[in-house]
Design a protein around this ligand. Structure first.
Ligand SMILES: Nc1ncnc2c1ncn2[C@@H]1O[C@H](COP(=O)(O)OP(=O)(O)OP(=O)(O)O)[C@@H](O)[C@H]1O
Length: 128
């Protein structure tokens, strides 16, 4: 408890987490979709020149979805290791973990809608 902070160990942990981020977006199909959605939101944010608060909300929302996807993937890997063949409890575990991601992905769609739809609407009104 009263040991000094081990900087080398902390740097190592960052490196392992970086490898985790790489393998998440390199190998997981759903993570790739979330990455693409984040890129689209980022480009839209720049295009519509959104406010600092809006950027904060978008970034928090992206981080929530990515983190949920990371935890879901980790749970899936553990589940596959424990039970490579069908098991009813594994089904519930995987379905519930996926529900966590879906919940945050739906909230991301609402957040994006509330931030970007009025701005898209404004553009339509100036055109027509
Ligand atoms: N061992 C298992 N036992 C019971 N049901 C399973 C098992 N493996 C997968 N399932 C069912 O299939 C669904 C999809 O599981 P899967 O592991 O293929 O996830 P995924 O979302 O397709 O992700 P990925 O493509 O990254 O593996 C689960 O939500 C669960 O309902």
């Amino acid at each position: 408890m009263n040991q000094p902070i081990n900087i080398r160990k902390a740097i190592k942990s960052f490196r392992y987490a970086g490898i985790g981020i790489y393998s998440l977006f390199r190998y997981e199909n759903n993570a790739k979709i979330h990455l693409l959605a984040a890129v689209v939101a980022f480009i839209a944010g720049i295009y519509f020149n959104i406010s600092n608060i809006e950027w904060c909300i978008i970034i928090i929302q992206i981080a929530l979805v990515w983190a949920a996807e990371a935890f879901n993937t980790a749970i899936e890997k553990i589940a596959d290791m424990i039970s490579p063949t069908y098991h009813p409890t594994i089904k519930i575990i995987k379905d519930v973990a996926a529900a966590g991601v879906l919940t945050l992905a739906i909230s991301a769609i609402f957040v994006a809608g509330f931030i970007f739809l009025p701005k898209i609407w404004d553009i339509f009104q100036t055109i027509y």
